[in-house]
Design a protein around this ligand. Structure first.
Ligand SMILES: NC(=O)c1ccc[n+]([C@@H]2O[C@H](COP(=O)([O-])OP(=O)(O)OC[C@H]3O[C@@H](n4cnc5c(N)ncnc54)[C@H](OP(=O)(O)O)[C@@H]3O)[C@@H](O)[C@H]2O)c1
Length: 300
């Protein structure tokens, strides 16, 4: 492959996409951002251009990929979260359309997909999103700092109701786990919030983003017509973090080889380092993998 590469990034303005574009440009690669309304210029130095395309138009995306002279394509696509009930439908549709556009195009270079932690396997060959009590049980185990982060992220996405709910959830869990002198006064309300949280976080409507990412992995597993590499981030992925350049990659063999990383975390900046290393080296072709890195270097 030539160096520098010409790389298409699907979803360049998303939380993952932005860091991937930054990392590619910082290493001297040329980037073409593709989405419905991609940024037309990039605030950091480097060769960046944009092509607008709605992925519901498979033929248009296929033509862009066929004619783009790309050395690599990275997908950081995610469905909009403005209506959580629609996330699964739009996510499956988007991932499916991207797959059809790639296979119908003449592009045959490597394709890198960013999916979700829910697809990672435990030792008993169960994926995180199929674990009993998912996702309530796992949210309940998150540290306060990650709940603070998630609330901020929901406000960023215009999900004020869900953001406020996460703050209440954190308070209710604290009331039960670390009671103070007067906690009993508020305990009935705390228990009510936790009951509501259990109902919400075990409702498929709230986990649509996670479930559509698992569907995306299923779509690619077994495909051998083209090269692909599927990254599932760990559960505690955080944006607006710090780039340390350190990460540890785990290949998921479907029987728990990535389990040590599932509940772990990474900043998007370091995950982008792992993704661009993979773009440059293509060492994990036809593999499902994840990576962890230092977190907790910054408060939310
Ligand atoms: N811990 C975890 O496992 C974890 C946490 C967060 C994210 N993730 C995963 O990381 C991946 C990226 O997520 P993200 O949070 O970075 O996404 P995001 O911030 O919501 O950005 C999504 C991108 O997709 C584009 N897009 C959406 N619909 C489109 C359409 N119909 N046509 C063309 N482009 C479209 C958007 O651009 P336009 O608006 O311009 O179209 C945007 O650039 C997803 O697979 C997500 O599940 C995993």
């Amino acid at each position: 492959m030539p160096n520098p590469f010409r790389v298409a990034v699907l979803g360049p303005k998303g939380q993952c996409g932005q860091c991937i574009v930054d990392e590619l440009l910082s290493r001297g690669h040329t980037v073409v951002g593709i989405s419905r309304s991609p940024p037309t210029s990039w605030p950091k130095p480097g060769e960046y251009s944009a092509t607008a395309c709605d992925f519901s138009n498979i033929a248009a995306l296929g033509a862009i990929l066929s004619e783009g002279r790309f050395d690599a394509v990275v997908s950081a696509f995610a469905p909009p979260l403005s209506d959580l009930k629609e996330a699964y439908r739009l996510g499956v549709k988007g991932h499916g359309n991207i797959k059809m556009a790639i296979l119908r195009s003449s592009y045959r270079g490597p394709f890198f997909i960013v999916g979700g932690a829910g697809s990672l396997y435990y030792k008993q060959k169960v994926q995180l999103c199929d674990d009993e009590g998912f996702a309530f049980k796992h949210w309940y185990a998150w540290p306060d700092v990650h709940l603070d982060y998630m609330a901020t992220r929901m406000f960023d996405h215009g999900q004020r109701g869900f953001g406020t709910f996460i703050k209440l959830f954190k308070w209710a869990r604290g009331n039960v786990q670390n009671p103070g002198w007067l906690s009993w006064l508020f305990r009935p309300f705390a228990n009510l919030v936790l009951r509501k949280a259990r109902n919400l976080l075990t409702d498929p409507a709230a986990t649509g983003l996670i479930m559509c990412s698992r569907a995306a992995l299923t779509m690619w597993e077994g495909v051998r017509e083209t090269n692909w590499s599927f990254l599932s981030p760990p559960w505690q992925l955080r944006d607006k973090g710090i780039r340390t350049g350190k990460y540890k990659a785990f290949v998921d063999d479907g029987a728990g080889s990535a389990e040590p990383g599932i509940e772990n975390g990474i900043y998007n900046e370091d995950m982008a380092v792992a993704i661009v290393d993979e773009v440059e080296n293509n060492a994990l072709n036809h593999k499902h993998w994840m990576c962890t890195g230092p977190i907790g270097l910054k408060k939310w």
